[in-house]
Design a protein around this ligand. Structure first.
Ligand SMILES: Nc1ncnc2c1ncn2[C@@H]1O[C@H](COP(=O)(O)OP(=O)(O)OP(=O)(O)O)[C@@H](O)[C@H]1O
Length: 603
């Protein structure tokens, strides 16, 4: 057969120009083998063929070889709030530090009806999310089909938790529906920033840690795995701040339940408590607020009075639809649905108004009294507020001004500069304040350079001026804030400030008397003022409120001598509480932190 001449290949053609000879015309192959040999003579084509074969094999292997150790798992989520189904990884991650274990979930949300393919740690996986009609009401159910690696989720959780290590998150009950809304994540507050009598913080923290470690201890004894702390005492003494610090230290999120919230009733509360995650802090602030007229087991609630209902034989007040009753609260706290592993913190300024049933161990295991500031606390607060200038900065300053040594500045020098610069600011401020442009204190100027010894000296002077247990910590903080960069002035002015506060308090007392005279039901009205202060209190920031150190209603910074004023019964003595939590052997003493702290504090 004659060879059919083929056209010469262009030597400059990009793909096949490397080894093709142009000397002799190539004969076209007449059979398959010679055709292959013919093609194979093109070296670049050889490389292409290899590439296609290897790629093909790889693709086939990908679909035919199941990845080792991979399990198919189906995770179903309910129709989510805000349409965000969360994939929940069951069980704890053992690699997470005990105190950073948390109830936070990992949410993974692929698009609907798309299949995602990915390699993870040399393993192949696919994820598909579908939506199915479920239930007679046509609710949509999200289904995730995951060729899963548990490790991936665990690693994702570790990654997430590492990011959250310095934060704590706050959830509040949704005002319309009975579920929890995430409101914010905040940087953890350092325990160091809370100033209490020696020992109190340690006892509280150690007790909570011990509780969290003791799941099996509770299970073995059949005791509900819950712990309750009741923080009571003067307003602005650090109860809420302490709880936030505890949450940070324990790595737990805070779930705030406002019992005075409009619309909260027994059923809602029960649902909210049941919806708490396993490891969390539930916070009920101003727990007395829900029971303004002292609902008790032996008495009648307002609602029952209104509706003419009588207490049951057991003394429990029947739950009234649409309202929260004491029995509803107690049931929510220790009913079967009440979440295991949760820590309850309740706060109140009216300890005496609480029903003993609510305070008993098992519900509120530790009662801790927060008092107005002691001299010790005032000194500590001052020292933590005005930190000494770092050594390096002091040295640098001394190099620049060799004569301006710290000792030489005492009583003059930098001190005077500081006062002067602030006087200028104050003058400008005062001028504007007179024109009604703003109120408060503006901060400008640089803090003086002071070492630890000088700060300690000023702190002593400040503490000397603060009377024992008369001012709230919040009011002291407010005072120091107005001297933010002027520690020397703060120490010098403290005594005058206290005197001024006493006068203001006296004036307020006179006014109250006048109001009382004009109102036959003075005491009753007084009571209502306090009872309604939940919202009013929230509207009055601590730092901007004058101290009026001695318990004035509406003054958030002050302790409440209201108990005396409205002749409430004296707070139940801690020793009158049951001696041991139910189920615990009687010989286990109930720890009374107030007493322990007093013991610590006494010289
Ligand atoms: N013991 C304290 N140590 C440090 N700061 C404190 C202390 N007590 C109060 N403060 C400061 O005062 C402010 C108010 O404190 P906090 O809200 O914790 O008081 P509270 O006892 O919960 O008040 P209330 O009973 O009115 O809710 C916070 O800014 C806090 O920093």
């Amino acid at each position: 057969m004659d060879a059919i001449p083929v056209p010469l290949v262009n030597a400059t053609a990009p793909a096949m120009n490397a080894t093709i000879s142009t000397d002799e015309p190539l004969a076209f192959p007449t059979n398959i083998s010679s055709f292959i040999a013919f093609l194979y003579s093109f070296s670049a084509l050889r490389d292409w063929v290899k590439l296609i074969v290897v790629g093909g094999l790889f693709e086939v292997a990908k679909f035919s070889i199941p990845p080792g150790n991979t399990r198919d798992m189906q995770i179903t989520t309910d129709v989510p709030r805000g349409n965000s189904p969360a994939v929940v990884l069951e069980g704890e991650d053992e690699n997470v530090n005990e105190f950073y274990k948390s109830s936070r979930k990992i949410a993974y949300l692929p698009s609907v009806f798309l299949t995602y393919s990915l390699w993870y740690k040399r393993r192949w996986m696919t994820i598909t999310r579908t939506q199915q009609q479920a239930g007679i009401y046509g609710d949509k159910e999200n289904v995730l089909h995951i060729s899963i690696l548990t490790e991936l989720l665990q690693e994702a959780r570790r990654f997430y938790m590492a990011g959250q290590e310095h934060n704590m998150c706050i959830y509040v009950a949704d005002s319309s529906a009975n579920h929890w809304n995430h409101v914010a994540c905040r940087a953890k507050r350092s325990m160091h920033s809370i100033v209490l009598e020696p020992g109190i913080k340690d006892i509280l923290l150690e007790d909570a840690r011990d509780f969290l470690r003791g799941k099996s201890w509770y299970a073995e004894r059949g005791i509900p795995f819950r712990r309750g702390y009741l923080l009571h005492g003067a307003p602005g003494s650090g109860k809420t701040s302490m709880i936030h610090c505890m949450a940070g230290e324990l790595g737990l999120d805070v779930y705030i339940i406002s019992l005075s919230r409009a619309g909260i009733d027994d059923a809602t509360l029960s649902e909210l408590v049941n919806g708490l995650p396993e490891r969390c802090i539930a916070l009920m602030e101003d727990i007395d607020a829900a029971f303004t007229h002292g609902v008790s087991r032996g008495g009648m609630s307002d609602s029952s009075e209104d509706s003419g209902k009588t207490p049951s034989k057991s003394g429990e007040v029947a739950s009234t639809a649409g309202k929260l009753s004491l029995s509803g609260l107690l049931n929510a706290l220790d009913g079967v649905g009440a979440q295991e592993g949760r820590i309850l913190f309740a706060t109140t300024n009216k300890y005496s108004a609480l029903d003993p049933a609510l305070c008993r161990p098992g519900r509120m295991d530790l009662h801790i009294e927060f008092k107005n500031s002691s001299k010790f606390q005032a000194r500590e607060l001052f020292e933590r507020f005005y930190l000494p200038t770092p050594v390096s900065e002091r040295e640098e300053q001394e190099k620049k001004e060799p004569c301006a040594k710290e000792e030489e500045r005492k009583g003059s020098g930098n001190e005077d500069d500081s006062v002067e610069s602030h006087n200028v600011t104050k003058t400008v401020f005062e001028q504007n304040a007179e024109r009604g442009l703003f109120t408060g204190v503006a901060h400008t100027g640089r803090a003086p350079i002071l070492g630890p010894a000088r700060i300690a000296e000023l702190a002593d002077r400040f503490a000397d001026a603060i009377p024992e247990r008369e001012c709230s910590m919040a009011s002291l903080q407010g005072f120091l804030m107005s001297y933010k960069t002027r520690p020397v002035e703060a120490a010098h002015e403290a005594a005058a400030w206290v005197a001024k506060e006493r006068v203001a308090r006296e004036t307020e007392r006179e006014k109250e008397k006048e109001r009382g005279k004009g109102n036959k039901k003075g005491e009753e009205k007084y009571d209502i003022v306090e009872e309604n202060t939940k919202d009013q209190k929230a509207a009055v920031p601590h730092s901007s409120t004058p101290c009026n150190c001695e318990k004035v209603p509406r003054c958030r910074s002050c302790g409440g001598a209201l108990a005396e004023k409205i002749n409430l019964p004296l707070p139940p003595s801690p020793v009158s509480k049951p001696a041991s939590p139910p189920g615990l052997p009687q010989e286990l003493p109930l720890l009374n932190v107030t007493n322990v702290a007093d013991a610590f504090a006494s010289p």
